[in-house]
Design a protein around this ligand. Sequence first.
Ligand code: 4NP
Length: 150
Amino acid sequence: MVCLGNICRSPLADGLLLRKIKEQGLDVIVDSAGTANYHIGKAPDHRMIQTAAKHGTSLEFLRARQFTSKDFQNFDHILVMDQSNYHNVAKLARHADDLKKVEYFLHYLYPNQKEAVPDPYYGTLKDFEEVYQLVDKATDALIQKLIHEH
Ligand code: 4NP
């Protein structure tokens, strides 16, 4: 799960997917990272923690890190939140097989539409709630795919 800062969208996707994977008893490793280095080592944004907590998902244990080309080695799927993340991640791809792993996070909800999860960082709590609703639906779609793959 990749966004810009790794303190809003991707930690939510990470924490929510982790919770649903546990609920389903699936054996999948989930992690998140940001393409930027601004917030390395920090907990998620308090507005994202608060919004997720309201819906029963805890995120406070997560810490931001920066995406590196090693992630292509360690993960089968790299899911990006928007087009800018896509390009930043693609720049770090070592070869064509790396690039094949990069997909839009919303692809499982809106196939092939390159739809973005809007960045809520400069927004209000309402924007954080909208991100939650979108990421909740997308993680449900992703869980269905994982169930059918196993
Ligand atoms: P995220 O949101 O990419 O969803 O974690 C942002 C967090 C921080 C910044 C931008 C977006 N920032 O500019 O510091």
